[in-house]
Design a protein around this ligand. Sequence first.
Ligand code: MG
Length: 363
Amino acid sequence: MKRLLFPAIILALLFQSCEKTAQLSYEPFTGELRHAFGISTNTRTTTPIVLTRITLGDKTGYGEAALPPYLKETQESVCAFLQLAEPVINSCTEPLNVDSIMQVVNALAPGNHAAKASIDIALHDLYGKLLGKPLWQLWGIDPNATPCTSYTIGYDACDSIVLLKVREADWAKILKVKLGRGEAEDKRMISLIRSISDKPIYVDANQGWPTKEHALMMCQWLVEQGVVMIEQPMPKHMNEEHAWLCEQVELPILADEACQTYDDVARLAPYYDGINIKLMKCGGLAEARKMITLARELGMQVMIGCMTETRAGISAATTLSPLVDYADLDGHVLIANDPYDGIQIVDGKLTLVNKPGTGVSPL
Ligand code: MG
């Protein structure tokens, strides 16, 4: 017996020392916006991002944390969280159990949703790459059912820049327009766009309409302008006012700033027609999938959106796009220095690629 045990221990030790473990790396990155990006409350020309990579053997998964000011996460807070998560990721081996790894990562600290998303996205990409299959295939998602993405026209005080943005978006089948700067400016933006384009428009007021009466007046005018959906008309705490607005207008009203994570979905069901899910708000693909399932059970419409992101985040979100009603996944088009290749937009339609993982690779 002893004679058999000894070689077995040696073999086990040898196997352990050869077993590959994962390696997390990350770096701050500044996304340069093609145009100044204006919403109801601010205008910016760059966007802070943290790029993550998780390598196991000769395969690397790519993720990112994209950080718009309203999320309150910074490159510093994301890097601090990733440092905390490093021992967890660096002890991972094959086969990769993404759900159980994310359970440990999510329990490290509350909040930090974009930081958690950056790990979740890289892990899912790596998971697919290790198995040599696209994530959409592993999840049984129909790649032909991807929707068209809208293209976002940010607020701009200058007429010619608004018109230039619309002309540049000639590939897009749907426009999304940022409003919420007051009645006169909102109507100027829409009228300008309508002077050269008759495409369907989604409107995002980013909480910019102060009262339900103002929101109703704007919705009634916008319907006449061919607007087909409205995102977050009023401040996120005004639930009853949103429920009232949904009853008054035919237009679908979706929660964005009001809906951050899984816990918000059932809470908001009585007040909105639907929700806008973003990986950076909810903590990644696993959470987003759960939110889509619950929203469907509650009869809610679903949009999948993004921040100004690289193709690492956009390719991940596009994997889920066949499961939703509306997609606003143009983040990588809004930045000029995307370091990644990945999903494509063909004739306005999101197009999943037949490559392992989320389909992302460095350019
Ligand atoms: Mg929005």
